[in-house]
Ligand binder design. Sequence first.
Ligand SMILES: [Zn+2]
Length: 287
Amino acid sequence: MAKRLLLSFAHPDDESFGMGGTIARYVNEGVDVSLICATDGDVGTIPEDMQGQYDTIRELRLAELECASQKLGFSHVATFGYRDSGMMGSESNEDPKCLWYTWQHDPDHVVKQVVDVIRELKPQVVVTFNQYGGYGHPDHIAIQQATEKAFDLAGDPSYTASDKPPYQPQKLYYTGMPEMALRVMLFFMRLRGKDPRRMGVNKDIDFQAVVDNVEPIHARIDVSKYMDTWEEANACHRSQGGGLNSRFPRWLQKLFTSKQGYTRVRPSPNGSSSIEQDLFLGAKVDD
Ligand SMILES: [Zn+2]
């Protein structure tokens, strides 16, 4: 009897920042939790205070992922080794080695990679980004679309990604966005005269679109007992600002993040408004 959960994300840090509390909880409950990390997170530069420790940004990001994997307790981490893409329209998205370029020109290659992992690890439950990729990042959108296709194809014997036998996972979720926190942030952005459509260091994050693309929540996972492990995993991703949450009082963090929401995609919720408290609810676990 083994429960297996597969997360399919794009960058080293997506797993911790996005759902570290949920991962810590399921690992603690004895679930095999594995991760697909499609890119090496190799865009950007090594922060000044970390110079000299790593030769490349790729090495640094993968070391941070390894640190987070240890804290969270993944059973398996599959990396596809794509280069990072930039936000929509970036010049770097013309690099044939980046995920977005590959997704535009050879999508089946990416789908096959995800199918391969699903058939090997046999998860009952799979989680990926929402359709807007959280905040519109092309790599997030690419892996979300590839994962949803792979979910539907992995059990199809006529779809031959590899020599592994077909396997059909039972449930697919998107990570939910903390809508209340986002709306509060939107309110304050407007109050301070900022344009919510041009946020982030490079002014390329459309915060209004993030809020407009929030999807309904069908599961809420209580992670209040796992905030410390979650914080430790976040802190591993120091080059990405991980650990900065600790500047906020713990009660405020708990208010917004102690229950992580998920959107159920398969099986379709069919308008049901009841909220699951376990991603494995109703899943058959028989081997
Ligand atoms: Zn990401």
